[in-house]
Design a protein around this ligand. Structure first.
Ligand SMILES: [Zn+2]
Ligand SMILES: [Zn+2]
Ligand SMILES: [Zn+2]
Ligand SMILES: [Zn+2]
Length: 450
C-alpha cells in the first residue's frame, strides 16, 4: 500500500505538485482574462454590442479556448507490469478487454479475422514467433471504425535471431473494431469481478481454431485425437512431449481441474497484466533535458577508436542491466555510473528518465517523439518510416518497448539472448480501416547498445 501513496517529502513529488498547481492556475486565468478582454475591448468597444450580448459572445470564445488544446501535447504514459496469481490470469482474456498484457497467449481483439500464420513467421529463422505484449490503445479522436483499438507485438524465441539494430525477429499488428460489433457489448466489455472465470459467450462458433501452444490461428490438427490444433508442424512437435499424455483421453468432467500454471507452457512467456500511469517530471528535469538537446551534436562526436567504443559499450550494458534491477538507485550512484558515458548525450537522457521509473516496460505517446536510447546506433528518421501498407498514409510514432521488459520475460541472460535498448513502434496515422476489421501489420525499429 505504501508505494501507492505519493511521498510528499520526495523532491520529485513536490515538483509534480508544483507543476500541477501552476497548470491549474494557468487553465483558470488564461480563459477568464481573455474572456474579460474580449468582452470589454472587442465586442463592446470595437463591435459596439450591448454588455449582455458581449458577455455571451466572449463566454463562448472562452469555452472554445479551453477546449482547443494541442491534442499532441499529452503526457507520456508509462506501462508497468502487474503480477497476477495463476488463478487470476483469466482477467486478461479478450472478453474483459484488458488494458494490456505481457506474455501468455494473445487476447485477440477481433477473435475471428486473425493474422495469417505466414505473417507471424520470423524473417531470420522462418519459425513461428511468440506473442510478446499487447496494449489497448484507443483514444477520443479515433475514427468510428476504430472505437476499440489494440496493438500486438511478437518476437522470435530464438536468441540467435536477435541482431543489433535490426527488428527482423519481431512484428507488430494493429486491430480496430467499431463500437457496434459482434464480439463486445455496445456498453462495454464484461467485468471479471462480476462475471468471473467463464468462457467468452460471444466467441463466434465459426471462429478460427487456435494453436494449443501459442494461441495463434491454427490450421493443423493432431492426426491421432483430431482434437488439438496447431499453427505449424513446428509447434505440434514442440507440444508432443506434453500432449502425448492426454492425446485421445477424454477429460473427466467431475475430476478437479489442474491449477493453471504461469507460463502455461514452455513456449510462451510468463504472463503479466499492465497498468498505465502518466510520466511526471519536475521542472529541473525539463531544464536538464533541454540543455542536453542544445549540445547533442557535441555529445555525439565521433572521434573515438573502435576499441574505445567497444569498451564503453560493455560498460553501458553492464550499467543498463544494473539499473534495470536496482529501483532504489540514488542520484549520486547514477551520476557516478554515467560518468563513463558522458559523451553519449542520448544515453544519459535515456537513463535519467528511466531511473525515475525503472520498472517501466513501455512508453506510450500517440504522435509523440521516441526517446532514443543512445546516439551510437541510428533511430529511423520520420521520413524513412515506410507508409501504411493498407492506406499508403504516413506512419507516426506510437509506442516504445523498454529494456526492463527483457527481465520481465526472463531473457536478460548474459551472452546471446533476445535483446534491445528500445523497440520503436510506428503505426498508421489515420488508423485506417482494415478489411474484415482484421490485423494490419505496422512498422517497428530496434535500437541496441552495441
Ligand atoms: Zn527466428
Ligand atoms: Zn503455434
Ligand atoms: Zn492428439
Ligand atoms: Zn493506414
Amino acid at each position: 500500500m505504501e508505494e501507492l501513496i505519493p511521498n510528499l517529502r520526495d523532491e520529485r513529488v513536490q515538483g509534480a505538485v508544483k507543476n500541477l498547481l501552476a497548470y491549474s492556475l494557468v487553465i483558470l486565468i488564461v480563459p477568464l482574462s481573455s474572456m474579460f478582454l474580449l468582452k470589454q475591448y472587442f465586442f463592446e468597444a470595437f463591435l459596439g454590442h450591448t454588455p449582455n450580448d458581449s458577455l455571451t459572445y466572449s463566454a463562448v470564445c472562452a469555452v472554445v479556448l479551453v477546449h482547443v488544446q494541442d491534442p499532441h501535447d499529452e503526457p507520456v504514459h508509462l506501462g508497468f507490469p502487474v503480477s497476477l496469481p495463476p488463478n487470476e490470469l483469466f482477467r486478461l482474456r479478450s472478453q474483459f478487454l484488458p488494458l494490456g498484457k505481457v506474455g501468455g497467449k494473445p487476447s485477440w481483439l477481433n477473435p475471428k479475422a486473425l493474422p495469417h500464420s505466414n505473417t507471424l513467421i520470423c524473417k531470420v529463422c522462418e519459425k513461428p514467433m511468440c506473442f510478446l505484449i499487447q496494449v489497448y490503445a484507443s483514444g477520443p479522436n479515433e475514427p468510428e471504425h476504430s472505437f476499440h483499438r489494440s496493438l500486438f507485438v511478437f518476437v522470435c524465441r530464438n536468441p540467435k535471431c536477435s541482431k543489433p539494430n535490426d527488428a527482423s525477429n519481431m512484428a507488430v499488428f494493429r486491430c480496430s473494431l467499431p463500437r457496434k460489433n459482434e464480439f463486445y457489448s455496445f456498453d462495454g466489455p464484461m467485468d471479471p469481478d462480476l462475471d468471473g472465470d467463464v468462457p467468452d459467450p460471444r466467441l463466434p462458433p465459426d471462429g478460427p481454431k487456435l494453436c494449443s501452444l501459442c494461441g495463434c490461428s491454427a490450421t493443423k490438427k493432431c492426426a491421432k485425437c483430431q482434437n488439438t490444433w496447431y499453427c505449424s508442424r513446428d509447434h505440434q512437435v514442440v507440444d508432443w512431449a506434453s500432449h502425448k499424455t492426454c492425446c485421445g483421453v477424454f477429460p473427466d468432467e467431475s475430476a478437479e481441474q489442474p491449477e493453471p500454471s504461469n507460463p502455461a507452457n514452455p513456449f510462451v512467456f510468463k504472463e503479466f497484466g499492465i497498468e498505465l500511469d502518466q510520466e511526471y517530471l519536475n521542472s529541473d528535469m525539463f531544464e536538464e533535458l533541454s540543455d542536453d538537446e542544445d549540445d547533442e551534436d557535441e555529445d555525439c562526436v565521433d572521434d573515438e577508436t573502435d576499441e574505445d567504443r567497444k569498451r564503453r559499450m560493455d560498460e553501458f550494458k553492464k550499467f543498463a542491466k544494473q539499473n534495470e534491477s536496482n529501483a532504489n538507485m540514488t542520484k549520486e550512484d547514477l551520476e557516478a555510473a554515467t560518468e563513463e558515458q558522458k559523451r553519449d548525450g542520448e544515453f544519459e537522457k535515456f537513463n535519467r528518465l528511466v531511473s525515475l521509473n525503472p520498472e517501466q516496460i513501455i512508453r506510450y505517446k500517440r504522435f509523440g517523439e521516441p526517446l532514443p536510447a543512445t546516439c551510437q546506433s541510428p533511430l529511423p528518421d520520420p521520413e524513412s518510416v515506410p507508409p501504411c501498407e493498407n492506406c499508403s498514409g504516413p506512419r507516426r510514432f506510437e509506442m516504445q518497448l523498454m529494456p526492463h521488459l527483457l527481465s520481465i520475460i526472463e531473457v536478460d541472460a548474459i551472452g546471446q539472448s533476445i535483446d534491445w535498448a528500445s523497440v520503436f513502434i510506428y503505426t498508421c496515422s489515420q488508423s485506417c480501416e482494415v478489411p474484415e476489421s482484421g490485423y494490419a501489420k505496422e512498422f517497428l525499429a530496434k535500437q541496441d547498445f552495441s
